[in-house]
Ligand binder design. Sequence first.
Ligand SMILES: Nc1ncnc2c1ncn2[C@@H]1O[C@H](COP(=O)(O)OP(=O)(O)OP(=O)(O)O)[C@@H](O)[C@H]1O
Ligand SMILES: [Mg+2]
Length: 358
Amino acid sequence: MQRLDIGQFRNIETARLTFSPGLNLITGPNAAGKTSLLEAVYCLGRVRSFRTAQPDQLIRQGQSAFRIVGRVGLPDGRVIPVGIERRPGNYDIHLEGRPLRRLSDLAGRFPVHLMTGDTANILNGGPRYRRQSLDWALFHVEHSYRNAWQRYARALRQRNAALKEHTPVAQVTVWDSELVAAAALLDHLRRDYLDELSRHVARELAVLLPGKEFVVRYQPGWARDLSLPEALEKSLEKDRVRGYTHAGPHRADYSLLLDDRPVQAHYSRGQQKTVIVGFLLGQVKLQHALEVPRGVFLLDDLASELDVEHQARVLAGLAELETQVFVTAIDSRALDLAAWPVHKRFHVEHGDIREVVQ
Ligand SMILES: Nc1ncnc2c1ncn2[C@@H]1O[C@H](COP(=O)(O)OP(=O)(O)OP(=O)(O)O)[C@@H](O)[C@H]1O
Ligand SMILES: [Mg+2]
């Protein structure tokens, strides 16, 4: 993203910013508006916030709407405008001057990768967070995934509705062949992607946390020693009692292991944060290898939980992405920017964002 204009978003009244294609370092005291700036970039790419499920909270207090306009570079060299405006209850989104029809049109052109405290949900949250992150990645890299996912979701909805209404068994199992067919594709794509991801992340972590062996362990959503039809048959009675389907890709999960131990249970918070950064770096590098358009990488609060040495390693890892990066920090004096020939600094106070001329 080359330029960004923000109006009445959180505590930012107005901002007109021109970014570096490399590193953009955003500093300022607590409550200045650093995370809000990242949130604005995120909102432009994903049409939601990573901090609230209520978009109206993003509108600056006392105002009737926020507006964000960005200029986004495409792989073919064109630069297109993307605009988003929110009035209470309603989003208005424009891509290249036309109203946006599908969110995926935007996400496909301007992928936004985020690393905040919340990303730790990949480690500490429920399986839902890990599935969401996996689905989001696969929507980008594999076009058949979305279709299989929709087919699966539809069959599952119908099957669960039949279970809930206590219909005869045949009206439940009539959905199984469609469910199993779509599930086979989801499972196959997820398994391959996580294998590949595991290798990419291991490569990052060999630098970030030397000497430890990393793997992603995948659980498909049913017992490994059964096929899905067998698992469905085995849980049918339980499904009928509880009124929902117990086995299938909607229950899939994965865990991150270092030296065969779950990261969230056996490692320090700093090590966990490093693993998450390595995980995201690996994910972005894999997406580049699969020719997903380059987007931006947002890293909130670099210094929290990381010592100076790990901060430097993370920055060096980000530099290798050759993508645009936004990093916030309360104080940047200790940061070594040697790996970043191209960078800009911004300082934020009371919602006022200024480029620091060096
Ligand atoms: N809708 C809103 N209107 C006005 N101000 C808001 C709105 N929503 C949040 N704020 C305020 O904006 C300020 C900036 O918050 P933000 O989280 O961006 O700060 P920060 O620089 O990331 O701080 P920290 O270093 O503590 O993480 C906060 O004081 C917050 O209360
Ligand atoms: Mg913050």
